[in-house]
Ligand binder design. Structure first.
Ligand code: AMP
Length: 433
């Protein structure tokens, strides 16, 4: 009997891998640009890690974790996010002991949430993210926001909506929480079950409810702005002023609260709305956290982080055709013609590999028509035709498979002309698509 993949999981194969690799390369590069070094932590962690960080009252911990007992009767969980693991590593390895702050980490890898699968929502998905720990300043908050914004720019996203809000410091949030509890208590019997549950455990989360009827009640709820301490107000205004001077556009969204308990002060989300008005939810999100390091056994250090969902990025990059080189093209398809010495053709193919160009050869000479079909199937940009005459004269006949133009290039000049040919052709192809 055929075995299917687990619900909410998916295989990424063939052409799609090129797209994912291209996106992951761009993300790794932006992390490096800002001085964040990659951390690789295990996918399984003690369940307690997430209960203590993401929060007992969060949807993730309450109903979305893949938790199991191992053979030693330990409660383990497939990580539903990576921030907690990064902080655990920082604490376990006492990376703070040199006092060289901020500690900057990036990560990329699978995460697991038992959610209802739908477009852009899976049970196994991949997150890329960064964390900056140990510097409590709007400067580092803005750096992380800018890093995410520029990551999307590097992936050629044009219209990005950056939503931003402040949850204030502990005192602001405590007061606000009580005000919300008071307000919603008067309406809670008209609201959804989730909101009813959240009233006691975490009334801030009610602001996040998507139920149409509830939204009307939420609209008139008290606003965080009226409960912010002077310090939080000042910090937030410095944050948005700095974003302004960096020319990073944002929308203030007072209902943005995020689904994880550890956030305080600034929180943000990146959204993409397609030309037809459709959206697949946040591409990425993050915020500042004040107590997470301490909560996980470390010193009192603040941090800020963000994470992107790689599948969501890939979905938009593919549907909007944002990366013109994210398809599995061959630069050259090499065609042996007639009674040519196939070993010599093979040597040439190897030489092209060593120069770093994606190329393949036909391992035997065939009718030209069949060879051109194969080249097309492999999305080759150029065909290199090699017969005895070409070998003898050390010349290559290179045919552009789009324009059908044919040029003769001396083998000795191949490397210097090939780079430009391939690059120009990719740009042309992109403009044509
Ligand atoms: P969060 O950790 O909930 O802030 O999520 C960070 C990012 O991960 C989101 O902005 C999404 O892009 C992505 N993400 C979260 N949940 C899922 C999911 N179930 N499937 C795919 N991507 C997700």
């Amino acid at each position: 009997m055929e075995v299917k993949p687990v619900k909410g999981t998916h295989d990424i194969i063939g052409n799609d891998i090129i797209l994912y690799q291209r996106i992951e390369d761009a993300l790794a590069k932006i992390a490096h640009t800002y001085g964040y070094l990659e951390f690789r932590t295990p996918i399984i962690e003690h369940t307690e890690l997430f209960a203590r960080s993401v929060g007992d009252s969060s949807d993730i911990v309450r109903k979305e974790m893949y938790t199991f007992l191992d053979k030693g009767n330990r409660s383990l969980t497939l990580r539903p996010e990576v921030t907690a693991s990064i902080i655990r590593t920082i604490v376990n390895n006492k990376l703070y002991s040199s006092q060289d702050f901020p500690i900057k980490a990036s990560y990329l890898g699978p995460t697991f949430r038992y959610e209802r699968p739908q477009a852009g929502r899976y049970r196994q998905f991949s997150q890329f993210g960064v964390e900056a720990v140990g510097l409590d300043s709007h400067l580092i908050d803005v750096e992380v926001i800018a890093l995410g914004y520029n990551a999307l720019k590097n992936l050629n996203f044009k219209d990005i909506t950056l939503k931003i809000n402040t949850l204030g410091d502990d005192a602001s949030r405590n007061q606000y929480r009580e005000a919300l509890r008071g307000y919603f208590a008067g309406h809670i019997h008209e609201m959804c079950i989730d909101c009813q549950e959240r009233l006691n455990s975490n009334p801030l989360r009610i602001l996040d409810c998507k139920v149409e009827e509830d939204r009307k009640i939420i609209k008139n709820a008290p606003r965080i702005q009226d409960f912010l301490s002077e310090q939080s107000k000042e910090r937030f205004s410095k944050t948005i002023n700095l974003l302004d001077s960096l020319n990073i556009k944002f929308d203030l969204d007072e209902t943005l609260v995020r689904g994880l308990d550890y956030y305080s002060e600034v929180v943000f989300e990146y959204h993409y709305i397609a030309p037809d008005g459709k959206t697949i939810g946040a591409l990425g999100a993050g915020g500042h956290y004040s107590h997470l390091v301490e909560e996980l056994g470390g010193p009192n250090l603040a941090g800020v982080g963000l994470s992107f969902g790689v599948e969501r990025l890939a979905q938009v990059v593919a549907s909007e055709n944002l990366l013109f080189d994210a398809f599995p093209f061959l630069a050259f398809y090499i065609m042996p013609i007639g009674e040519v010495n196939i070993e010599k053709v093979y040597e040439l193919n190897e030489k092209i590999h060593r120069l770093g160009y994606p190329s393949e050869m036909a391992y035997e000479s065939k009718a030209l028509k069949a060879l051109f079909k194969k080249a097309e199937k492999r999305s080759a940009l150029f065909a290199i035709l090699i017969g005895e005459e070409e070998l003898e004269k050390e010349m290559l006949t290179i045919k552009n498979l789009r324009t059908k133009e044919q040029t003769s290039v001396a083998l000795a000049d191949f490397d210097s002309v090939a780079n430009q040919m391939v690059e120009e052709e990719l740009i042309e192809l992109n403009e044509e698509r």
